[in-house]
Design a protein around this ligand. Sequence first.
Ligand SMILES: Cc1ncc(COP(=O)(O)O)c(C=O)c1O
Length: 397
Amino acid sequence: MHTHPAPEGPRALVDSSAIRANLTRCAQWAGDADVMGVVKAGGYGHGALAAARAARAAGVAIVGVARPEEALALREAGVGGPVIAWLPTPATAFGPLVEHEVTVGVGSRWVLDRVVAAAREAGVRATVHLELDTGMSRGGVAPGDWQDVVAASRRAEQEGVLRVEGVFSHLACADDPGHPSVDVQRDAFEDGLAVVARAGLDPRWRHLANSAAVVTRPDLAYDLVRPGLSAYGLSPVPQLHTAADLGLRPAMTLTSPLSAVRRVPAGSGVSYSFTHVTATDRWLGVVPLGYGDGIPRAVSDAAPVQVRPGSAEGGSGSVLAARIAGRVCMDQFVVDLGEATGAEPPAAVGDEVVLFGDGTDGGPTAQDWAEVAGTISYEVVTRLGPRVPRVLVGDDA
Ligand SMILES: Cc1ncc(COP(=O)(O)O)c(C=O)c1O
């Protein structure tokens, strides 16, 4: 994974074979149910196209995104087969969606009406999944409107302009196993499915499970599961299981060369506002990544990193555990490389720093960073900005 010719700048190595293997792992939990590969938000920061291709290689039945524009971008890049976009907005042009055979998630009556109108206009049969709000109070048709949306969908099916291929809902607290809302939402989903059946609709896919439910509630797999986070090798229930415990492998390694190394005396203020002042003579390194790249400023003075001394020269194989010193800036941050006892720095300009990766060699993971930043691993990987090149590595690259 680290066999790239020097010099390389800051980059996110994305192991698409890990995404494929993680989805295959999800399929094992799902039993007879099919798997959706969730690649919204640029594949949780990994690259939507790479994630979609890895998902297809894993044999997923359908690829899922939130925004319609994400689905059309995948189509443009040549991704065929079922693709669903479940978060159209009032600004969405539904014509291109139905023309490109993008399945639409219908969480409101107005979405249904716009899809049906677009299908009539294009002279095609649009495919939809109806989403019921079973208690999260976010997306999905409100329970009081469900009967109406289901009946209108049935009429559109009979007219030949609609196919209701799926019915779904989303769990609010699946990452908190044993939370009573999970079963309450399941029961509400069952009630909603009964309405669907009574109306004469026969969807192929009923689906409720996100990553956390895939792992902790295999009984909720229904016909299809929708893992996002797990596909990228991160644990959806880190308080219970590490990714490694679950047989998942983090697909992203965020890495950068050191762009400067210097020796500073005891008492030196480091980075903005001098939140860090060296207690002894120290070796410091500079990493050219900052909050302008999506590095959370909240990891200032705290996040662990792993330095690979000698890697600029081809690699000694040794690793050095280090830590961010001082504030994360827009474009860079400082790393404390250890006490300066001699003249030889412990690492040199060009040596690789792993910010987070798959955790082998005891290196930090996105989950470690999330804990330091007081957030979730989802955010750590997804917020990575466009200034950081994604470089595909692994068997599928
Ligand atoms: C409707 C829906 N399904 C599935 C997912 C995937 O969730 P996770 O990444 O927790 O598996 C999401 C993401 O939030 C979602 O909005």
